[in-house]
Design a protein around this ligand. Structure first.
Ligand code: ADP
Ligand code: MG
Length: 222
């Protein structure tokens, strides 16, 4: 199992963000993590990547206990945070070299990742010269530099125009052929276009956790 979350709760002072959430993901699945603003998606993702701790519950990624061994778990995880923070004054290749150095990734990975996300023609441009869609590719390239088996992508298509949206969805699908992907969105059509499975959360609780084929059978019941 690539991801296993059991009864995770998170309370920020008085705000209960996650209320005993459980779900799991098999290897190679692309999972849409759907829910309105404030549902707890980003919180769950930050816990999965070991950046914040839950108040209770357990989290495993690739059989590694994220709460006990966050550093070890992070070697298996590629994380694209919400709003994709980038150093926009850097050049694409320079930025990826910088990221590779920080994460102690072999330089040979850089060109491979540039190619994988379709940035070959843009590699010598400044990040702020690129469209939002291409900037998102830079974020994705940085996310896969250390060749993680699990990708956690927080709203990777938010703010993109319709064409860029389709391109980034295709790219996520492509990456999902060799990795387990959990990505958050609030667009159901996006889940239908890209995912094998959907997990819908609201107010920190899982409402639906189904394969897409099952969901389409039961569409009227939602
Ligand atoms: P989503 O990503 O689904 O929009 P979040 O995980 O960002 O949801 O937020 C879930 C809830 O937790 C919201 O009510 C939000 O206001 C609250 N929250 C998130 N981060 C913090 C924080 N650092 N401090 C206090 N409350 C927070
Ligand atoms: Mg969020």
């Amino acid at each position: 199992m690539s991801i296993k979350v059991t009864s995770v709760s998170k309370i920020y002072k008085t705000q209960k963000a996650l209320n005993a959430i459980s779900f799991s993901a098999n290897k190679g699945q692309i999972i849409g993590f759907l829910g309105p603003n404030g549902a707890g998606k980003s919180t769950m993702m930050k816990i999965l990547t070991g950046f914040i701790k839950p108040n209770s519950g357990t989290v495993f990624v690739n059989e590694i206990d994220v709460l006990q061994n966050p550093k070890e778990a992070q070697k298996n995880i590629g994380y694209l945070p919400e709003h994709n923070p980038l150093y926009t004054d850097m050049y694409v290749r320079e930025y990826l070299q910088f990221q590779a150095a920080i994460f102690k990734v072999d330089k040979s990975q850089i060109e491979l990742c540039i190619e994988k996300v379709g940035l070959t023609a843009e590699a010598n441009k400044k990040i702020n010269q690129l469209s939002k869609g291409y900037q998102q590719r830079v974020g994705l390239a940085a996310t896969i530099l250390h060749n993680p088996k699990v990708l956690i992508l927080d709203e990777p298509t938010t703010g993109l125009d319709p064409n860029q949206l389709l391109e980034i969805r295709e790219l996520i699908k492509e990456l999902g052929k060799e990795k387990t992907v959990l990505f958050s969105t609030h667009i159901m059509q996006e889940v239908e276009a890209v995912c094998d499975r959907v997990i819908i959360i609201k107010k920190g609780v899982v409402l639906v956790d189904k394969k897409l084929s099952e969901l389409q059978d039961n569409a009227q019941q939602i």
